[in-house]
Design a protein around this ligand. Structure first.
Ligand code: ADP
Ligand code: MG
Length: 319
């Protein structure tokens, strides 16, 4: 790529850090992992029209490409530090690239996360972001570790992003509630501080990218336990309930992807403390069920009756 464009990305994302010994500009970056920390790495790719609607604003795409990755670090209980950005673009549109970099930088800045390198190629619009963070050895939150009797909790509200996607696809008018839901789709808030607060408290944790049922299923499989979820406890925003009603909002909260909230399990006696901690951090936490013997996720309605679901979340290959 032309050097001026890489320079613009570097300017827009500039973040001084002592542990970046050499950032953007050479063949590779040189980084110093702090003594006594485990390095936590993750990568996620966003493809135009698959992971964000075609026509999404450049700044929203830049934000989301980092947000989905910070969410993975949050789910591990890691502190973010560095990122790499592999950018594939149909053409060298300067305004578009500046928009991407500005949206990325807006989310990176409060975490003092440094963009330390990347790659730029021509092709269909695709962003791969790799993130790096730190965790004290042995303290990372894992999918495995849920214990029978644990409470199952989630941060924030569920179903908003999937509702936002429906609204974008229907080109719905932008009242305040629709705008809120579409913002939840385009600018997810990674629960980084919540992940840090859960270290030492949660027995298992995952971020909800594919939908609650699918992602809770991953905790169950990794922990060799079952889960019972009470559908009447699912936290939903007033915007979602207003626009979609009780039943559709419940289904979106169970199966809709892209919320990037945390789902975690915690010993029942710690629920109140964890809820108070996460309330102080702004996202809150809602108890939605419990870990049981067995396997798989069961959902019960308000009357205690078991609900059956066909669509258990986003399947990457549509099978
Ligand atoms: P090379 O051909 O040696 O890989 P590049 O021209 O791809 O070099 O990259 C030059 C420098 O710019 C490298 O430090 C690389 O990490 C950085 N860079 C390239 N593209 C991006 C990008 N999209 N975001 C951040 N840094 C980038
Ligand atoms: Mg090189």
């Amino acid at each position: 790529m032309e050097f001026s464009l890489i320079d613009r990305i570097r300017e827009l994302t500039a973040q001084a850090r002592d542990d970046v010994h050499l950032g953007i500009g050479d063949d590779a970056a040189l980084l110093g992992v702090p003594a006594g920390q485990e390095l936590v790495v993750a990568i996620d790719t966003l493809v135009d029209g698959v992971h964000f609607p075609h026509g999404t604003a450049a700044a929203d795409i830049g934000w989301k490409s980092l947000a989905v990755n910070l969410s993975d670090l949050a789910a591990m209980g890691a502190t973010p530090a560095w990122a790499l950005l592999a950018l594939t673009l149909p053409n060298a549109d300067v305004a578009f690239i500046e928009g991407l970099a500005a949206g990325f930088a807006q989310l990176a800045q409060p975490y003092r996360l440094a963009l330390v390198g990347g790659d730029t190629t021509r092709g269909a619009l695709t962003l791969s972001v790799a993130v790096h963070g730190f965790v004290p050895p042995g303290q990372a939150l894992l999918r495995a570790g849920a214990q029978i009797g644990d409470a199952i909790c989630v941060t924030g509200t569920l179903g908003d992003a999937a509702a936002g996607l429906k609204l974008v696809q229907e080109a719905a008018g932008a009242d305040a509630r629709a705008t809120y839901l579409i913002e939840r789709l385009n600018r997810p808030t990674p629960r980084v501080a919540a992940g840090l607060a859960l270290r030492g408290n949660a027995n298992a944790c995952i971020d909800i990218s594919d939908g609650l049922l699918a992602d809770m299923g991953h905790i169950c499989a990794a922990s060799r336990v079952g889960a019972e979820i009470d559908a009447s406890l699912l936290p939903r925003s007033s915007a979602l309930l207003d626009l979609f009603g009780e039943q559709a909002s419940r289904d979106l909260a169970l199966s809709g992807g892209d919320d990037y909230e945390l789902c975690f399990t915690v010993p029942a006696k710690h629920v109140a403390t964890v809820q108070a901690d996460l309330a102080r951090l702004g996202c809150g936490a809602t108890k939605i069920g419990r870990i049981v013997e067995g396997s798989g996720v069961e959902v019960h309605g308000a009357d205690g009756q078991r609900l059956a679901f066909e669509h258990r979340g986003w399947d990457h290959f549509g099978t």
